[in-house]
Design a protein around this ligand. Structure first.
Ligand SMILES: NC(=O)c1ccc[n+]([C@@H]2O[C@H](COP(=O)([O-])OP(=O)(O)OC[C@H]3O[C@@H](n4cnc5c(N)ncnc54)[C@H](O)[C@@H]3O)[C@@H](O)[C@H]2O)c1
Ligand SMILES: [Zn+2]
Ligand SMILES: [Zn+2]
Length: 397
């Protein structure tokens, strides 16, 4: 039996590399004939992982992390018809059965059959069905024919792997944020957050034809990264309000569309920049978005947060000024990105050089041994997207 290693959450601030079981084509005691085993080519660290690693969720010790997976199929179950051993594939972070009502409607982020506790599942994530994570050497993927996106050519895929690795989550997620905010040709859009999701969203806004993409954050290095590919930026530590800074850029204190790429660990603005204000981004995007505009909210909000700022925040109840949003007839879209809705088209944009997404989010490839350090550096706010290379395949390329 080959061996396997995984990146494991131990306690707030601590992840370690541990020996873990080699995956089997099984879900508990049940055989999983529709699954495949992947040798992992690349697996990325995400801001969503950080919520767990900072102790801001109810994630248990011992959880094998990792939901952003690209791999090579090394074994296929009896009922896998179309995916073949040797294929290089992108794995949507959402696990979906392809058979339930929501999957049939394309809502693969809230599949009804993959998590007994609630709709929606993911690899290596708290409350997401107990599926083993893919920051590992090998992982099992169920419902493989439905879930996997096969890259057309192995050599081409490995040559563009730093871009293609972003198809498992942040590129579709950022793009979904932009699409759900109604971004199209000529749009003026505000993207809150210049982490990897915010940067992927900003690059997606350009791809969709936005006239002006304004990115806000409190970390200068990340704002600089946003400017490197043509975004305007606002520094939310400044005393000028978000609306005032937007006015300085576009002449009016208003945008057509806005996307929250921050989530519940949001910092306050101006004099509150050092403290957590979980509803700040939601309230500020309602404030600056024009009446009739739409808000994309890929930033994560949780149902349980042991570190919440007050008793309400601990159960995900935030002080949102819904009256303002209502008065402006805003509509908003929350939830997991249904990755499969977008990943094929975005793969083609990468393969045909329509976008330099790895460059936009500043991908840095790290060895498996360096994953704990990658977590630390990312937590400090490095303007990087860390991509783990478990078998040295990226380093070799
Ligand atoms: N919906 C989905 O499917 C999905 C998928 C992936 C990630 N996410 C979520 O998207 C969010 C961003 O992910 P990431 O990897 O970029 O994380 P990240 O933590 O690297 O980035 C968040 C950024 O927001 C900034 N920020 C904090 N307060 C702010 C404020 N008030 N205004 C503007 N910026 C502020 C931080 O400085 C940081 O740079 C996370 O909540 C993550 O869980 C959701
Ligand atoms: Zn992710
Ligand atoms: Zn389903």
């Amino acid at each position: 039996m080959p061996t396997n290693r995984g990146v494991v959450y131990q306690k707030p601030g601590v992840v370690t590399i541990e020996s873990i079981d080699f995956p089997k084509l099984a879900i508990g005691k049940r055989k999983c004939h529709h699954g495949v085993i992947l040798k992992i080519v690349s697996t990325n660290i995400c801001g969503s992982d950080q919520h767990m690693v900072r102790g801001r969720t109810t994630a248990p010790a011992g959880l094998v992390l990792g939901h952003e997976i690209t791999g090579e199929v090394i074994e296929a179950g009896r009922d896998v018809e179309f995916v073949k051993v040797g294929d290089i594939v992108s794995v949507p972070f959402n696990i979906a059965c392809g058979r339930c009502r929501n999957c049939k409607e394309g809502k693969t982020g809230i599949c009804l059959n993959v998590n007994p506790a609630r709709p929606g599942a993911a690899y290596g994530y708290v409350d997401m069905g107990g599926w083993v994570g893919g920051q590992a050497e090998y992982v099992m993927v169920p419902y493989a024919d439905f879930n996997l996106l096969r890259f057309p050519d192995r050599d081409q895929a490995l040559a563009k792997i730093k871009d293609l690795t972003l198809l498992s989550d942040i590129f579709p997620t950022g793009y979904h944020g932009a699409v759900s905010a109604g971004v199209g040709p000529g749009t003026i859009v505000y993207v809150a957050g210049a982490g990897p999701v915010g940067l992927a969203c900003a690059a997606s806004c350009h791809l969709l034809g936005a006239a002006c993409v304004i990115v806000g954050d409190l970390i200068p290095e990340r704002l600089k990264q946003a400017r490197s590919f043509g975004c305007e930026t606002v520094d939310l530590r400044a005393s000028a309000s978000l609306a005032q800074q937007i006015e300085q850029i576009v002449g009016v204190p208003e945008v057509d569309a806005a996307v929250d790429c921050v989530g519940f660990e949001a910092r306050g603005h101006g004099k509150d920049a050092a403290v957590e204000r979980p509803a700040t981004v939601l309230n500020s995007i309602m404030e600056v978005t024009r009446a009739g505009g739409a808000l994309g909210i890929p930033g994560l909000y949780v149902t349980g947060d042991p570190g919440g700022v007050d008793d309400n925040a601990k159960v995900g109840m935030l002080g949102i000024r819904i009256g303002l949003g209502w008065a402006k007839s805003h509509c908003f879209t929350t939830g997991q990105c249904p990755v499969m809705r977008y990943h094929r088209q975005l793969m083609q944009c990468i393969l045909h050089d329509k976008i330099q997404i790895a460059k936009a989010v500043n991908v840095k490839v790290i060895s498996f041994e360096d994953s704990p350090k990658g977590y630390q550096d990312f937590d400090k706010g490095a303007a990087r997207k860390f991509v783990i290379d478990p078998h040295g395949m990226l380093a070799a390329g």
